[in-house]
Design a protein around this ligand. Structure first.
Ligand code: SAM
Length: 282
């Protein structure tokens, strides 16, 4: 079936039929506009060779558009109550596998049986950060990710390196290049969320920008660096790593980083140098 011939789902009616209401605590804001769903699939560049992982299929509106373009879709939904209506709305598609579970507790290797895959999902804002880290830090890593998320979070993830980089932006940009590919107004969802959303595309690098064997230490350092907002690196690292400020100053001077700088101003290259030095002298 071509995506333009997929009849739109009536989310509200389907929920009513099953005696369900959208669950706020699971971030259930459903998309049903076929033009927007098509746009997301186009942004993701899904082809008939692709295996797609969708997190949170909900009632299956995006899933059906993905299935029309992909080789196969694995759809992981946490909410047991949605599984019966989801299976009904997906019944005409042979290339979709629905898995009931919490994606944060499922390793991609347990369910993906392909050398590479794409992630396309409309996810609740509160799992954005944990989910990104979970999928990026575990093998197999996706080739690219296209996520519909809160616009503010999308903007933060895309922050320019060295300028107001949050720990989330840093954790994403070490693996790939994020870009806002589209804006989606709150009114496009049922029920509409309080804030606007954006579609973010993350093209993953073949190798992370910090060598893989340094990643654990890099994340420990970065977490320590960001542990106390508005603090200088000297104080944040000393507190976070439980070492003296003199030791931190020596470490930072050795890689020519001013100890009065803040974590958010460091580039990935500087984090890489700092991590190497820390491992060397510790
Ligand atoms: N994809 C659907 C759409 O666009 O209409 C639903 C999107 S809704 C924003 C998010 C979905 O993610 C919900 O169906 C929710 O139950 C599901 N969800 C929330 N946390 C999850 C988790 N940890 N693992 C899998 N699914 C989750």
């Amino acid at each position: 079936m071509s995506s333009s011939t997929i009849p739109p789902l009536n989310t509200a009616a389907l929920l009513r039929e099953y005696g369900l209401r959208p669950k706020k605590k699971l971030g259930q804001n459903f998309l049903q506009d076929p033009a927007i769903l098509d746009k997301i699939v186009r942004i993701a560049g899904v082809t008939e060779k692709d295996t797609v992982l969708e997190i949170g299929p909900g009632l299956g509106s995006l899933t059906r558009h993905l299935a029309a373009a992909a080789k196969e879709v694995l759809a992981v939904e946490i909410d047991e109550d949605l599984i019966p209506p989801l299976k009904v709305s997906l019944s005409g598609y042979a290339n979709i596998t629905v898995i009931q579970g919490d994606m944060l507790k499922i390793s991609p290797s347990e369910i993906i049986n392909a050398p590479e895959y794409l992630v396309v999902a409309n996810i609740p804002y509160y799992i954005t950060s944990a989910l990104l880290r979970h999928l990026l830090a575990n093998d197999p890593r996706p080739r690219s990710m296209v996520l519909t998320i809160q616009k503010e979070v999308a903007k933060r993830i895309c922050a320019e390196e060295g300028k107001k980089m949050s720990l989330l932006a840093l954790s994403v940009q070490v693996y790939g290049k994020p870009e806002i590919a589209a804006n989606i107004p709150a009114g496009a969802f049922y029920p509409p969320p309080k804030v606007d959303s954006a579609v973010i595309q993350i093209e993953l690098y073949n190798e992370p920008r910090i060598p893989t064997h340094l990643l654990d230490d890099f994340f420990r350092l970065a977490k320590a660096g960001y542990s106390q907002k508005r603090k200088t690196l000297r104080n944040a690292l000393a507190g976070g790593l439980r070492i003296s400020t003199t030791e931190v100053e020596d470490l930072l001077h050795a890689v020519e980083i001013d100890p009065r700088r803040r974590a958010e101003t460091l580039t990935l290259k500087e984090w890489g140098g700092l991590t190497k030095k820390w491992i060397e002298i510790r």
